[in-house]
Design a protein around this ligand. Sequence first.
Ligand code: ZN
Length: 123
Amino acid sequence: MSPTHRESERPRCPFCAEPFGRPPESHPNREGDFYKWVCLCGAIGAYDATGHNLGDALMEAIASAYDDDWEKALSMEADKDYEIRYLDCYHPGDHRILQGYRTYKSGLAAFVFVKVKAPKHVH
Ligand SMILES: [Zn+2]
């Protein structure tokens, strides 16, 4: 980590603010091949190196959150069963978040995080 990078630019999980490492170089030409990992807080992160395929990255992250059970994943509802948070304006070369840019216009990368909500015990 370069000391010139401000702490606010450090890529962090949008759920728990845990910093995460640089994703491996990906292959944007291969569809459905998003780098995914599980954060300490249980959120699934998916990396979209192009910033253009976040919808697909999101679907993969949701499927991962449900153990790659697509049928189950598709039956779940956003905001009710799981939460979605985005992290965009990611500069892969510098491994930092740029402020004030628009991902899809500037050729930056983006992440999407999915976290399954804990079952509520209402009684
Ligand atoms: Zn987290």
